[in-house]
Design a binder for this molecule. Structure first.
Ligand code: ING
Length: 301
């Protein structure tokens, strides 16, 4: 099948949803024109990555969240996808009502080629802090604005492929891929908003792009799966974010990558059989894993 990573340039805090959704529709059209039947959009694709600054007013914060998915502001994207018969994954900030409580998640939805939502994921690994940090050029307040996802790491059947979703920091954690790998995942869709600069550990800034690809290439190879990574790139509200959107094979090889830090579609034809071959001939998890020795992985943090 032909798949695409739909990289976005910055989404200014001042940009209205209609403008942003029009950008997403344009990227979907461009991917469909190149034969793609699955498009991976980025994390928090509908707004600026507001976790990079302090918001004290709850109503202002609510403005960055979606109460339903789909909803009128994104209907155009769902309709266009159905018209072009293209499935997609979309990252967004979710304001849910659960057990009579408002809960906020950094979420992603998987939509099939008929425009129906068939998958839902809520980011588990929230980096950063709950309290604003002193003397840093920007914040990461995901622990302040979002709760830890409560849907686990599910997989979904899409056009004969087993598909899973991760979000940003999740891609740095081998456990996240492995749960999907145990389900036989064949395509992992990952959106990310990643600054070049880590205020707490600036020595690693020069490696931001290397660590991005390293994490996803390792996840792909070690779980014999295709990985599609889609960035929100460029300088958004003063924060310079890496690009590097890419499509990675179960061999760990990057088969296609972005060459800009703006809105860009990265397309590749992938063969699911390659994932099945790596599962069978390299890892064969059922035959080779020794779970009797892995206890600490789930009993110690
Ligand atoms: N952003 C970053 C990411 O994991 C980060 C945060 C950057 C953590 C670099 C550690 C090192 O790509 C999000 N949104 O998770």
């Amino acid at each position: 099948m032909t798949v695409a990573a739909a990289q976005m340039g910055p989404v200014p805090a001042s940009e209205d949803r209609a403008t942003t959704v029009a950008r997403l529709v344009g990227l979907l059209d461009e991917a469909a024109d190149q034969g793609a039947s699955l498009v991976c959009f980025t994390e928090v694709a509908l707004t600026a990555f507001f976790s990079h600054w302090t918001i004290d007013d709850e109503r202002e914060l609510d403005g960055y969240f979606e109460r339903q998915m789909p909803n009128p502001s994104v209907a155009g994207l769902f309709e266009r996808a159905r018209a072009r018969s293209v499935a997609f994954c979309l990252g967004y900030s979710e304001l849910a009502e659960e057990d009579g409580q408002r809960k906020r998640f950094n979420s992603a939805v998987l939509v099939d080629r008929a425009g129906q939502s068939i998958g839902h994921y809520r980011k588990v690994h929230l980096p950063g802090f709950h309290e604003p940090q002193e003397a840093t050029p920007f914040q990461n307040l995901e622990k302040r604005y979002y709760e830890v996802g409560n849907l686990g790491f599910p997989t979904f059947d899409l056009d004969g492929a087993k598909v899973g979703m991760l979000i940003c920091n999740d891609r740095r954690w081998p456990e996240a891929y492995r749960v999907l790998g145990l389900e036989g995942v064949e395509i992992v869709l990952i959106g990310y908003n990643t600054p070049f600069h880590n205020p707490a550990f600036p020595e690693t800034d020069r490696l931001a792009e290397f660590h991005n690809h390293l994490s996803m290439q390792a996840g792909a190879y070690q779980n014999a799966t295709w990985v599609i990574g889609a960035a929100k790139a460029g300088t958004e509200e003063g924060v310079e974010q890496i690009a590097g959107s890419c499509i990675i094979a179960p061999s760990g090889e990057i088969v296609a990558t972005a060459t800009t830090s703006g809105d860009e579609v990265v397309v590749a034809e992938i063969d699911l059989q390659m994932a099945r071959d790596y599962k069978r001939h390299v890892f064969d998890l059922d035959r080779n894993r020794r779970v009797e020795h892995y206890g600490p992985l789930t009993s110690r943090s």
